[in-house]
Design a protein around this ligand. Structure first.
Ligand code: ADP
Ligand code: ADP
Ligand code: ZN
Ligand code: ZN
Length: 838
């Protein structure tokens, strides 16, 4: 570390003492939290837990760290911010392990993230078996991301782009004149190429498929570019000219490689088939590296194995007791001390990942395809070996995505971090984890302006006497009178999928009941998301696209992530006629820029703008609804273009923002702000919470209805103009749900939700369930992937996947009512479910 680092101020009695915290909704919070402990921060969604743990404690630790490093280094470190807090004492350095999706770099993998790949390369370099006479390779040679290691054909990407007849000619019954070669450009250029082909003596009027094979291959794939005299075919007045021939392949590859225009590149990409590079088999490695083996496997082979199987390959070497000293010249180093040292280090680190329920992942798995929960657990495991001590780890719901059976090993890992002399602060909703913390900080009592206070800070049991706490009731559930169970619904129809294959699902048959609420359960990696978000989504979307005219377009974000996913094979689908719409309600942001917000997303803002436009003042001045938009010129502030803030260069901290000097953050120009409805201008309305707006806009039915549904899903505390980028995943999901509920239509919509309770306090989960049940009562179908056993116990139907993760999963173990599943031998879900049903 930098020699000028100030000594952490830890000379006091072992507490982090926060005074006067006012970040976001925190109300001048004072709280003392012990170091060297596992501390759980609880409270309903929006209460201010993250504002305290991440926004204040972690942010202040990071700010101090940034201050201690040289300015030029500061630029390289992700920006922090200055938290609104009077003082924090006893604060050691902090490391945040938040649930962020991996960097969108396609080269980042489980292996690079955990640094296990480095050791694998070392193992192959020093201890692999080499072909006779081959020299030992340096460890970089086993990485496709290095100059020496990359396959020369695909440059280490493992993917090759090829133009095939099928990708270039979409309808072989057309003639060239009628546009058989879809891959050629349109308009003048396309006509020109057609004329060139005619000039070369080919028949451009017979159907493409009737041309001789050799001619077709030449026209599509040749690299020759003859120039011929062309007589324009249709346009009689045009003069003959010289034209150059481009085969479909040359044209496409040229457009992909050289075109400056994003749209021509995107167009060209539609005419190539992408597949594994045939030289390296998709590994991205050189032939020399692929010739080296360990225990009979290539490095690419080992990288593709699930970690649970990789552990078994390494174990015999790791446990070897009679290893010989390494001999540099030997063709195999497998039985040497070096091999034992490296493989036992690898095995130790992999076993931590197995303990965290991640044994189904492989080292070559790309990080952008991991769920946020999987990412965070990988980071936690990596930290165990970092050797850091005396730091605070701040974690965001480490139990996310974890089956109850895996909560125990997670606690063990958190205890290990603590035992190495660290503090572990977790924002957590899973009461099984919270109960085992050493200390509890409960924030509340409610969300937004009704939250932001610390209701309790102390040993976990002490919360029992804090009447105001919403958390109390869930921490000690037995003390509460159980709510009367709802009658279980039975399926009206069934959606049957036959012969489904994708990832670890192999030739699976599954029946999904319609008109009820179904929960899909199973340990991490068993195939729940693949089944629900992948297969079920694809099958129904495909079926609807093919079959029905009255299908509405799905939500715009539905298919965005699926572009790179491998195709699903489904032998047969039945029951599609009973579904007429499919909607995935996920936790992805409702917009990626501060220009979208709650009001714009739900359509509520349209009603507000027309209301302002119809006031006497506005009509007098000729202001229409567009005048009240902050996205187009006219009514908005032109200094900040309606954003309300401007970017400023501050002390080498990139990406700092300040309120706009002209409108002061109001987003509109002065004239627009002169228009008032019931004494408030448009900026005032955007600043209102949903609760306030519901009262203020009560006379405008279209707005009032939307606001009521937002309150029903527990979002009354959000401000209408709160930018999409400031909303949590759970908030985004509930906004989407409210937008659906507002449609208030009887229908046969299939709603798919993947772990909707992530980030939700048990009290929020109750609200969510009430709303989902309303959708089902309206004739719709809801299918959720869920680990929360309370939710599973309340479902009409459960599909339990398993028995384990990865190749040891992918089957439907049992499906039926919660009672049926709870009684099933061999299901890891059964005992936890049974506990909830008793
Ligand atoms: P929790 O972690 O308990 O769900 P948060 O600390 O994320 O709650 O949020 C507390 C309150 O602060 C909520 O009303 C939330 O909408 C608001 N909030 C969160 N982040 C921001 C932000 N970046 N800017 C403004 N308000 C925010
Ligand atoms: P669950 O939802 O039950 O946790 P998943 O459906 O995410 O399980 O994963 C099931 C299996 O499919 C696992 O072996 C996982 O590694 C694999 N898998 C899931 N997504 C991908 C992907 N994008 N690329 C490769 N393998 C994947
Ligand atoms: Zn290659
Ligand atoms: Zn402005």
């Amino acid at each position: 570390m930098h020699p000028a680092l100030p000594l952490p101020d830890v000379s006091d009695d072992g507490f982090v003492r926060v005074r006067g915290a006012r970040e976001n909704n925190l109300v001048d919070v004072n709280v003392d939290v012990p170091r060297g402990c596992i501390v759980a921060f609880t409270g309903v969604s929006g209460s201010g837990k993250s504002s305290l743990a991440f926004g204040t404690i972690f942010a202040e630790a990071q700010r101090r760290f940034l201050e201690s490093v040289a300015p030029y280094a500061r630029r390289l470190i992700a920006q922090g911010h200055n938290p609104h807090v009077d003082s924090i004492t006893g604060l050691p350095p902090a490391v945040a392990l938040q649930q962020r999706r991996g960097a969108p770099s396609t080269r980042s993998t489980v292996g690079t993230l955990t640094t296990l790949s480095n050791s694998m390369r070392m193992l192959f370099s020093r201890a692999g078996s080499y072909p006779a006479g081959a020299p030992r390779l340096e460890s970089d040679s086993f990485s496709p991301n290095t100059a020496v290691g990359a396959c020369p054909r695909c440059h280490g990407l493992g993917i090759a782009h090829t133009v095939t007849e099928a990708s270039a000619v979409h309808d072989p019954s057309l003639s060239i004149r009628d546009g058989a070669i879809t891959a050629w450009p349109g308009a003048w250029q396309g006509k020109n190429l057609r004329d060139v082909v005619a000039g070369l003596g080919y028949d451009i009027d017979v159907p493409w498929r009737d041309l001789p094979r050799a001619d077709r291959d030449w026209i599509l794939f040749t690299e020759e570019q003859p120039v011929v005299e062309v007589t324009p075919q249709r346009d009689r007045v045009a003069k003959p000219y010289k034209g150059r021939f481009w085969s479909a392949k040359s044209h496409i590859l040229h457009a992909l490689a050289d075109s400056k225009s994003e749209t021509s590149r995107a167009r060209a990409a539609r005419f190539v088939e992408s597949g594994p590079c045939d030289l390296c088999g998709g590994s991205g490695l050189t032939q020399a590296a692929l010739a080296v083996t360990f225990a009979g496997h290539t490095v690419a082979g080992l990288n593709a194995l699930p970690l649970s199987e990789l552990a078994e390959v390494l174990r015999p070497t790791a446990k070897l007791s009679t290893a010989t000293a390494a001999v540099a010249s030997a063709s195999s180093g497998e039985m040497t001390e070096v091999a034992v040292t490296i493989s036992s280090d690898l095995l130790g680190r992999i076993e931590v990942l197995l303990g965290l329920g991640l044994g189904y992942l492989s080292l070559d798995r790309k990080t952008p395809t991991l769920s946020p929960g999987e990412m965070q657990r990988l980071r936690i495991a990596t930290q165990l070996r970092s050797g850091l001590f005396g730091v605070i780890y701040v974690l965001d719901e480490p139990s996310a995505g974890l089956h109850p059976a895996d909560a125990e090993p997670l606690m063990v890992v958190l205890e290990q971090l603590k035992a190495s002399g660290n503090s572990v602060f977790v924002v957590e909703h899973n009461m099984d984890i919270v109960r085992r913390a050493d200390w509890l900080v409960d924030v509340g009592p409610s969300a937004g302006a009704q939250g932001g206070r610390v209701l309790y800070s102390g040993a976990v049991d002490g919360l029992a006497s804090v009447k105001k706490s919403v958390t109390r009731r869930f921490l000690h559930p037995k003390a509460e009178t159980p709510t009367k169970p709802r009658d279980r619904r039975t399926a009206t129809r069934w959606l049957g999928l036959r012969g489904v294959s994708r990832y670890n699902l192999v030739d699976l048959d599954v029946d999904v009941p319609l008109g009820v609420l179904t929960v899909v359960t199973g340990v991490s990696g068993s195939g729940k998301s693949t089944l629900v978000s992948g297969v079920l989504g694809d099958a129904v979307r495909e079926g609807l696209r093919a079959g029905r005219a009255h299908t509405e377009p799905a939500q715009p974000d539905v298919e965005a992530d699926d572009a790179a996913a491998p195709p699903t094979t489904i032998a047969g689908v039945s029951g599609l006629e009973s579904v007429d719409r499919i909607v995935r309600v996920d936790q992805r942001p409702i917009g990626r820029t501060p220009r979208s917000n709650l009001a714009t997303y739900t359509g509520l803002f349209d009603a507000v703008r027309s209301t302002f436009a119809s006031t006497a003042d506005a009509t007098g001045r000729g202001y229409d609804a567009g005048r009240f938009s902050f996205n187009v010129a006219g009514g908005r502030c032109e200094t900040c273009l309606g954003e309300g803030f401007v970017a400023v260069e501050l002390l080498f901290l990139p990406g700092s923002y300040a309120a706009c000097p002209d409108c002061g953050g109001k987003r509109y120009n002065a004239e627009t702000l002169e228009i008032e409805y019931r004494g408030r201008n448009i900026a005032d309305v955007l600043a209102m919470t949903v609760d306030e707006a519901a009262e203020f806009l009560t006379d405008i039915p279209s707005a009032a209805r939307g606001l009521d549904t937002l309150r029903d899903v527990g979002l009354g505390y959000l401000r209408l103009g709160q930018p999409a980028t400031e909303l949590s995943g759970g908030e985004a999901q509930r906004i989407k749900l409210a937008t659906e509920l507002q449609r208030a239509r009887r229908g046969h919509t299939l709603y798919l939700l993947d772990e909707p309770t992530t980030g939700l306090h048990p009290a929020d989960v109750e609200l969510l369930l009430t709303q989902l049940n309303k959708l089902v009562d309206g004739g719709n179908t809801v299918v959720l992937v869920e680990h929360d056993m309370g939710v599973a116990a309340s479902a009409d139907w459960i599909i339990d996947m398993g028995p384990s993760g990865g190749t040891a999963g992918g089957r439907v173990l049992v499906s039926g009512t919660p009672a049926t599943v709870a009684a099933h031998e061999g299901s890891r879900t059964a005992p936890y479910l049974a506990e909830r049903l008793s």
